[in-house]
Design a protein around this ligand. Structure first.
Ligand SMILES: [Zn+2]
Length: 265
């Protein structure tokens, strides 16, 4: 039997447990009589993760749910296989269902044609729709479901006492999950989700990538400030809310005002 390495009471993270980088962070929520996984990662690592769980002496038939934080391939490519092997239910936000059930290669990020990037994306049935305010009971533990759109429309986070499993909302270096119009990113929603995290009383953030960290308002505020700027920058294309320079230019064009280079620099 393998010793369980708890990060916090009821929480094991499988990369830390395996002592190697498996991919996305995979949180095992141990409720005693039942357990659940938050994300599963790539198809390649499913067997190893399940084998680890078995050797940690968890009953494989006691998996309450396989939870998808959102429908990105790096988080859920292995979900259909895990669902089949564990005979467990898959839970996701309603906005993630179509991408998961049709294995939409754009929405799941399985294909980025311009970069010649492609990974197979198995279709995965979603058995349980997880909505804002829902509670997932896993043995003695209750996860509160937060809908935190922004990175994707279906991004979820989960509150467990003083912990927030925060998905792709924020990482330890203040970076956030990729902002991309094709995959449903929304800057105003993202800022609202970050403000909610900032206001919340959780002490630790358990993100989907990189280290688990103590919540520092400065880290979250830095991301809010950046995304607030992004809303008005051409760099973010159709994700930007507006582009003030273009509006000024249009007003000049319409009024017939020509650029004036006669004045000094
Ligand atoms: Zn991610």
């Amino acid at each position: 039997m393998l010793a369980r390495k708890y990060l916090f009471p009821h929480v094991i993270e499988m990369n830390y447990q395996a002592r190697r980088r498996l991919g996305v962070n995979v949180y095992l929520i141990d409720g005693g009589s039942e357990w659940a996984l938050v994300d599963i990662g790539y198809l390649d690592s499913v067997d190893e993760i399940i084998e680890l769980i078995r050797t940690m002496d968890f009953n494989l038939s006691a998996c309450k749910m396989l939870i998808a934080t959102h429908a990105d391939a790096d988080h859920i490519q292995g979900m259909a296989k895990a669902r089949e092997v564990l005979k467990a239910k898959v839970g996701a936000h309603p906005s993630s269902v179509e991408a998961m059930e049709t294995a939409d290669e754009i929405m799941t990020y399985a294909t980025i044609r311009a970069q010649n990037f492609h990974i197979p994306m198995p279709k995965c049935k979603v058995d349980v729709k997880l909505n804002e305010g829902d509670e997932i009971k896993i043995g003695d533990v209750k996860l509160q479901v937060w809908h935190t759109p922004g990175h994707t429309a279906g991004q979820l986070a989960f509150k467990l006492n003083n912990l927030l499993i925060s998905g792709d909302n924020i990482y330890k270096d203040s970076c956030v999950g990729v902002i991309d119009a094709h995959h449903g990113s929304d800057l105003p929603d993202f800022i609202d989700s970050l403000k909610r995290i900032l206001k919340d009383d959780s002490e630790y953030l358990l993100p989907s990538h990189g280290p688990v960290f103590r919540k520092d308002p400065k880290i979250v505020q830095k991301a809010i400030d950046r995304l607030t700027q992004y809303q008005h920058m051409a760099d973010f294309g159709t994700c930007a809310v507006d582009w003030p320079l273009l509006e000024e230019w249009e007003a000049e064009v319409v009024s017939g005002k020509m650029p004036d280079f006669s004045k000094g620099k």
